[in-house]
Each structure stands twice: as structure tokens, then as C-alpha cells.
Design a binder for this molecule. Structure first.
Ligand SMILES: [Mg+2]
Length: 120
């Protein structure tokens, strides 16, 4: 059975890339969100198996949005997908309870590996 993915990113390009990369895999994108606020609202409605979360976005950033989702849904599986490839960012993601971190630019293998780990 396919895994239901909710993609959160304010970049249309990244949303399209993720869609292309996951096409034909066992991961099905069931929702796209452009902001942290949107993600928090949509999570309840969509109940995805996994969320990919950008960090730098207008308004609420992805770290705060992930923290909020995890507060409301401790079992949420969130993988950060960001160009903020720094130790303190990785550390913070881990602290709030994100299940993984994929650096941008990403490749299919990295993404799938992170998804598998997050869902295991
Ligand atoms: Mg962004």
C-alpha cells in the first residue's frame, strides 16, 4: 500500500521536483502546503503518513510548524528538507522530534532512504 505524503515548501520548483521524484514510487503526495500555517491546518484534515518540511518560509518557519504539529500529534513523522545544512539545524530538528533531515538539493535515493528510516 502506498504511503501518503504531505509536502510543505514555499517554493513551487521544489514542490514540482518532489512530485517528479516520487512519481511511480510507493510514496504518494496527497497534499501540498506553501506555508507552516497551512501545514498545521492541513495536517488534521489529511493525516498523512509522513510530512516533508521546508524550513525557510514566509511567516512561520518550518521548524516552528513541525514543533506545533508534533505537539498536537506526537506520532507525526516529519522529515525536514532544507538547504540549512548545519549542525545546529540538524540538532534542533532532532530536538523537536523530526524523524530525519534531507539537505537541498536532494536526490531520489537520499529522500527515499530518509522516508524509509522515518517510517520504520
Ligand atoms: Mg523555502
Amino acid at each position: 500500500m502506498s504511503k501518503r505524503i504531505m509536502v510543505v515548501d514555499d517554493s513551487r520548483l521544489v514542490r514540482v521536483q518532489l512530485g517528479d521524484i516520487l512519481e511511480g514510487t510507493e510514496y504518494e503526495i496527497v497534499a501540498y502546503c506553501r506555508s507552516g500555517e497551512d501545514a498545521i491546518e492541513k495536517y488534521d484534515e489529511v493525516k498523512p503518513d509522513l510530512v516533508t518540511m521546508d524550513i525557510i518560509m514566509q511567516g512561520m518557519d518550518g521548524m516552528d510548524a513541525a514543533a506545533q504539529i508534533l505537539k498536537e500529534h506526537p506520532d507525526a513523522r516529519i522529515v525536514m528538507v532544507s538547504s540549512l545544512a548545519y549542525d545546529d539545524t540538524y540538532e534542533m530538528a532532532k530536538t523537536i522530534g523530526a524523524k530525519g533531515f534531507v539537505d537541498k538539493p536532494f536526490h531520489q535515493e537520499q529522500l527515499i532512504r530518509a522516508f524509509e528510516q522515518a517510517l520504520s
